[in-house]
Write a protein that binds this ligand. Sequence first.
Ligand code: NDP
Ligand code: 2IT
Length: 449
Amino acid sequence: MNAYLERVLAETKQKNINEPEFLQAVKEVLTTLEPVIDTHKEYEGIALLERMVEPERIITFRVPWVNDEGKVIVNRGYRIQFSSLIGPYKGGLRFHPSVNQSIMKFLGFEQIFKNALTGLPIGGAKGGSDFDPKGKSDNEIMRFCQSFMTELYRHIGQDVDVPAGDIGVGAREIGYLFGQYKRIRNAYEGGVLTGKEVCYGGSLARTEATGYGLMFFMREMLKAHNNSLQGKTVTISGSGNVAIYACEKAVAMGAKVVAMSDSNGCIYDENGIDLDLIKQIKEVERGRIKEYLRVHSSAKYIEKTGDDSPVWTIKTDIALPCATQNELTLNSAKILVENGVIAVGEGANMPCTQEATDYLLEKGVLVAPAKAANAGGVATSAIEMSQNSMRFYYTFEEVEAKLEQIMINIFNSCKIASDKYGCPANYVAGANIAAFQKLAKAMRSQGIV
Ligand code: NDP
Ligand code: 2IT
């Protein structure tokens, strides 16, 4: 590998030795940049890569709150303000017991590249907490969100840093966070959070945007290889925001979705998933996916037992990992290939392990990389911010049309970069290169900061 790249990788590893997810994300990007770095010797002198892998600011804070039994609980809050190079820090908040600094940093790092690909003026950030929303009452969720915002508010602002949702943070949590922010600031600053409900400043189609965007990207990728979604079988991991709306759009595009999952297991319904029932179980009841069987007793439920998700053992043409990082392992990739998979679309962030991605590409499977394929969510967040600035609402159709065009542009950028830099059909490399070129240009323009 290029000596400069190799040195930065080694130094990053040494400095962040206890952060495996962050190192994985950095390695994945840097190893694909070689052809660009080779032609830009001047980057080393201005420590361009060293600056790109070091967050501008890391904030961690105590989040004390009182549960329904009157017990005081202390969680840890995070906000990684990774890069303000091309716009205000922007990225979601994740509430999940697995949250730690490594996961926050990998997500913040990837967000910089993703946001650059959207073509919109947004920097990169991520935040969240090790708080576990599962089994908590509405009041507990509200008290937690209020405590979290009581510290976070001093670090964010509609031109400074704009959080949104991610795992465990949806419209309910954004509402509680926004209410507390507004109360502390004594001002309506609508653009400080995205993913708001439409009745107080949210954007139509933001709920659907990540899943729909994933399918627009998938459609473009398949089209470039003379294929389409029509008549294809699709399996999806997860049954949260991204998974549900990927399913909805996949069906609208003529595919048949036969499996979805949650962290306990997956359901397989050969007749096609009943998405209204999934929405009822997940969005209304906040229940487990196994409850699908209470209506469709002919469907199968496969419990998750080992490390690998059972959803990838089901035969499919298209696999959409939409749950969490490293959920699609080499082992699962091998089973998917054996079963004839033609494309994998990453709805989640870094859902394929590096070994899985390498194997899929080697076997000629099309991979739609997360940074590009799931960028529809944050792109629509930026459209929400612009509506807030204008004090105006677009219709659902207007937002969806903008989202569709953005996803087409993102696919084209990935394709152009992968063709130009000698890795045709490798959209993983294409996405990294296309984003990097924009960021590198902005970094050079702004001096040593
Ligand atoms: P949700 O909280 O709505 O849903 C998450 C889903 O993933 C649930 O079905 C959950 O199952 C499952 N899941 C979460 N953690 C794990 C785990 N450790 N192992 C197995 N399953 C798990 O989140 P989103 O749909 O918003 O996010 C899903 C993915 O998409 C994440 O990687 C997120 O970063 C990414 N993403 C989200 C965007 C958005 O706009 N929301 C935008 C771009 C990317 P269970 O209920 O059992 O925990
Ligand atoms: O990973 C992501 O891009 C998100 N969770 C959405 C971020 C956003 O600001 O809408």
